[in-house]
Design a protein around this ligand. Structure first.
Ligand SMILES: [Zn+2]
Length: 509
């Protein structure tokens, strides 16, 4: 079928369109978010107070996360290319190559941000990239899950897909083991383990398994469901013994959470499933489903934040009440925020503002509470994402706008942007239709119907075949329309066309 379409489209279109598509969209997908990281990073002035530096550092780090979030867009965009200079490559390979490019560019930007701008003790490039990639594995699993989702909620594969999604959700708990497997985390030595063990014994908790995570930011984590506590190498290097113990007490506070909390935690880790099911939700429910899903998701995320905030407050309290000198914990917190450039006041965080956390330990903050990090970067990155979305949505229209409507022999000059997907083909069909070139319109509509599982192109196909007097073929398209569960009104209109075809061309039924 593609060969028939090719005969109607000038050869250069197959090269020029895809080339513009690859170059233009790679720029948008990879470079615009990176540019926003760089612009935020430029505002980190080493002569400023650390709280001011941390504000901009946070904005730049958020932009890194946003840049990574454009990876699915990169995969999807590039995998739609089926013709042109790179069209001979399998679509999945193009998608993977695009994703790898974006990830590499973003990782390099992040390495520059942490090492050069924020003067963090980052490892060499290849080691940094390794850690960056291992931490992306859960995201990659979730993206693959989203791409592998069935087109419709009514699909028989949907049950299997949900099961796989639940398994992936459970597997995401093994992030620490993933770091261990790739050599970015290991069991702590006996000295550190026994220190944490002694602290645990003091608050009547089981001795946790203690892990050391290789990272340039000071931090600590609790994994209550598997009885483990993890501390980063930077925290161990920078914190005094007492400070380390006070941080361990906070993490042990998470281990002491009641069973009901851990149940809530487990349930809440599946809130992202509706987001990953975007494809079937859009396919079956359209924009109504999209809006409903967005509202539900925002509501759930608010619940998650509330819950996590209360758990953090309880853990801070756990550290404070179990310390002889609670200000040690306040000093440890101040140090962690200061050397790691964490914003002292942030908009959406589960931990309260630093000065309040410090005051709770009886220690007054020696800085004025700064304003939260600027949202400018976020706005710029969101604008970039919306731009990508718009280009994707409008591409078929832009692509076919060049069709020469006034020419007596329509050229169908369409910068198909590398894709013979159903949408541009449908547009080309409509243009041919307007020209009165029904034979060409039939070829485009048939190709559109073949390249998608949507019923829409079939509606056009029934009509144009009826006009051409190819009634039995129109009837075949009508059958396909019913099979694809088209809207009842569409089926009725198509049936009328078939009827008209028989009346007009076969002299009645
Ligand atoms: Zn905590």
């Amino acid at each position: 079928m593609i060969e028939h379409v090719r005969a109607l489209v000038p050869g250069f279109v197959e090269w020029l369109g895809p080339l513009l598509f690859v170059v233009g969209l790679t720029m948008i997908v990879a470079l615009v978010p990176v540019a926003s990281v760089r612009s935020a990073a430029r505002r980190v002035d080493p002569t400023d107070h650390w709280t001011v530096q941390a504000r901009f550092a946070h904005a730049a780090r958020v932009a890194v996360v946003w840049a990574v979030a454009t990876v699915p867009a990169g995969i999807w965009l590039l995998s739609t290319i089926t013709i042109g200079p790179v069209g001979w490559l399998p679509a999945w390979l193009l998608g993977v190559a695009g994703a790898a490019f974006v990830v590499l560019v973003v990782a390099r930007t992040s390495w520059w941000l942490e090492g050069t701008v924020l003067r963090q003790p980052v490892p060499g490039w290849s080691r940094f990239l390794g850690g960056f990639l291992v931490r992306l594995v859960p995201l990659a699993a979730v993206i693959l899950l989203g791409l592998a989702a069935p087109d419709r909620l009514s699909s028989p594969w949907m049950i299997l897909w949900v099961l796989v999604a639940l398994i992936v959700g459970l597997a995401l708990r093994f992030q620490l083991d993933l770091l261990v497997a790739f050599g970015f985390a290991a069991r702590a030595d006996a000295r550190l383990s026994s220190r944490v063990g002694r602290v645990a014994a003091r608050v009547h908790l089981d001795e946790p398994a203690v892990y050391l995570i290789e990272h340039h930011q000071p931090n600590a984590f609790a994994f209550p469901w598997r009885g483990a506590v993890a501390i980063t190498t930077r925290a161990v290097e920078e914190l005094s013994e007492d400070e380390l113990e006070s941080v361990a007490l906070h993490e042990l506070g998470h281990m002491a959470e009641p069973a009901s909390s851990s149940t809530v935690r487990q349930v809440l880790q599946f809130v992202w499933i509706p987001l990953v099911a975007l494809k079937p939700i859009l396919g079956s429910l359209g924009s109504t489903g999209l809006v409903t899903m967005a509202v539900v998701l925002v509501g759930l995320l608010m619940v998650v934040r509330r819950f996590a905030s209360s758990m953090e407050a309880k853990s801070d309290e756990h550290a404070i009440t179990n310390l002889e000198e609670s200000s040690v914990y306040g000093r440890a917190l101040e140090k962690i925020y200061r050397i790691g450039f964490l914003p002292a006041v942030a908009r959406r965080t589960t931990h309260g503002p630093l000065h309040e956390r410090m005051e709770a330990t009886g220690l007054a903050a020696d800085f004025d509470p700064p304003a939260p990090p600027p949202v400018r970067t976020l706005i710029a990155a969101t604008a970039a994402a919306v731009l990508v979305g718009l280009v994707v949505f409008l591409a078929p229209y832009v692509a076919t706008a060049g069709a020469d409507l006034s020419s007596p022999t329509p050229a169908y000059v369409a910068l198909s942007l590398g894709s013979y997907g159903s949408w541009p083909l449908e547009r080309l069909g409509q243009l041919a239709d307007v020209e009165g070139d029904y034979e060409a319109a039939e070829v485009f509509y048939a190709a559109a119907a073949e390249s998608s599982t949507e019923p829409d192109p079939l509606v056009d196909l029934v009509y144009v075949r009826s006009v051409l007097g190819r009634c039995s073929e129109a009837e075949a398209a009508l059958t396909g329309l019913v099979e694809r569960e088209a809207w009842r009104d569409d089926v009725a209109i198509a049936a009328e066309w078939v009827e008209w075809c028989h009346r007009e061309w076969d002299g009645g039924l």
